[in-house]
Design a binder for this molecule. Structure first.
Ligand code: CTP
Ligand code: CA
Length: 229
């Protein structure tokens, strides 16, 4: 079956895809998370497998079934995701960071359920910043490795996304204006602007996440090509 597949630039390439929203525990019955469904990351993993890549999918919790042909590494917290990326990235040719990562986690972990009492009409939760996984990956990046990030923005899409392309040393950045209906988190559709260093941005129509995954993988293909010489 593998032999009958047409050869692509992705044939035999090791691609690490992260997906889903990380969870940070407040107490045994509560956690902080975000609106990520994992659909965009899973669609990318599916598309990359179809084009012959060897895909490891590091997945934060989702309701989705593992895409056929991927090696799934389940994680829950941002620190677990960071550790899994640090383990797998050195062996990978490409990292696609589609996971929606919690930026902050509770400062202290509580083993018992937090109770409401007669004297706590207000409560304050202290949070600390999590590891920026893509920034860590940037420090580990070897020549020839490609990194792809996402940017979820509600304003100044291109300006904010361009900053992330540079500060995270990315080869490709997928910018999402999540304030627009049908864009970004949770739904089955998306509209993205794909930024890269030496090429004009590419903006897709509002289409299915599967179609967006195809366009992203096409854009990435050019970079895989050029790096191959
Ligand atoms: N990301 C990461 N580690 C984090 C937070 C985000 O690797 N702790 C990655 C995401 O997976 C995504 C990219 O960084 O590919 C941008 O995520 P985003 O939330 O848009 O940007 P942040 O850098 O977290 O900045 P902000 O949320 O303040 O806009
Ligand atoms: Ca963030």
């Amino acid at each position: 079956q593998l032999l009958s597949r047409p050869k692509t630039v992705y044939t035999g390439k090791k691609v690490l895809v992260t997906a889903g929203g990380t969870r940070e525990r407040i107490d045994p019955v509560r956690f902080i998370t975000n609106d990520s469904s994992g659909k965009m990351g899973y669609a990318l993993a599916t598309e990359l497998v179809a084009r012959g890549a060897d895909v490891t999918l590091i997945s934060a919790p989702t309701k989705l079934a593992a895409p056929t042909g991927t090696h799934v590494v389940p994680v829950t917290t941002t620190e677990e995701l960071a550790e899994a990326v640090t383990t797998h990235f050195p062996k990978a040719d490409i990292l696609v960071m589609a996971a929606a990562v919690a930026d902050f986690r509770p400062k202290t972990s509580v083993t018992q359920k937090i109770k409401k009492t007669s004297d706590n009409d207000e409560m304050t939760l202290s949070l600390v910043k999590t590891t920026d996984i893509l920034k860590t990956a940037a420090t580990l990046k070897r020549p020839g490795q490609l990194t792809v990030g996402f940017a979820a923005e509600t304003q100044n899409l291109i300006a904010n996304a361009t900053k992330k392309l540079t500060s995270k040393a990315l080869d490709l950045l997928i910018a999402n204006d999540v304030s627009q209906p049908g864009v970004g988190f949770n739904g089955d559709t998306n509209q993205v602007t794909i930024l890269s260093k030496n090429k004009a941005p590419v903006t897709t129509a509002l289409v299915s996440k599967t179609a967006v995954a195809g366009i992203i993988v096409d854009e990435l293909e050019r970079l895989v090509d050029s790096k191959e010489g």
